[in-house]
Design a protein around this ligand. Sequence first.
Ligand SMILES: [Zn+2]
Length: 237
Amino acid sequence: MLLSDVTWMEVEEYLKRDDRLMLPVGSCEQHGRHLTFITDTLIPWELARRLSAATGVAAAPPVAFGMSLHHMRFPGTLSLKPATLTAVLTDVVECAYRHGFRRVLVLNGHGGNTGPLAAMGADVTNRLAGLKLKTGAWWELPPVAELTQARFGGREAHASAAESSVVLALRPKVVRLERAQFSPAVSPMRFADADEWRRRYPHGCVGLDPTLARAEVGEELLAAAQAVFQRELDGEW
Ligand SMILES: [Zn+2]
């Protein structure tokens, strides 16, 4: 039940029996020397497709631009400002609500979207009666983080081993692993603007060594994320 593949007639029928909607949210931002700009959109979109095939729950096309201002020193990154992304997400969820969707699960593919998602969520859930909203970032889901720890010995940050593994599983031909270089994550309290971010992470890749990435692990991570999201779709709202 992908909005990309149906007409209003199927949605009208669907809304007579269900009120759930998945909304993937990604970004168009640099992903190191080895992954492409669509990475953060590709992964939640693929999860939404798999979840929709497994459950019949409707899935919107992805919001393909996110909040990536800290990546703007890397050419090709196209970002929304935090307030713009909050407004876009609010408008999309409000339209879904007007049609009768009452349970919305956001599948987030990018850490920079977290703040705008929280701002949108606080607004719409307090304003639109009966709306239930859930959001989850795939790499932060506990089973996914535990698997990342077990396979790579740490946490995913940006374009590193876990994310690279998932892209290897989905689009092996676009991954240029032989070019990959990375920096370990640092977490000073000072907020990093785009200049500071590029100084800290000159290759655009942060966290775990991306050359450890493997497609089989990518499939394991996707399966773990899908299982959590499926429980959230079918469980209590
Ligand atoms: Zn990413």
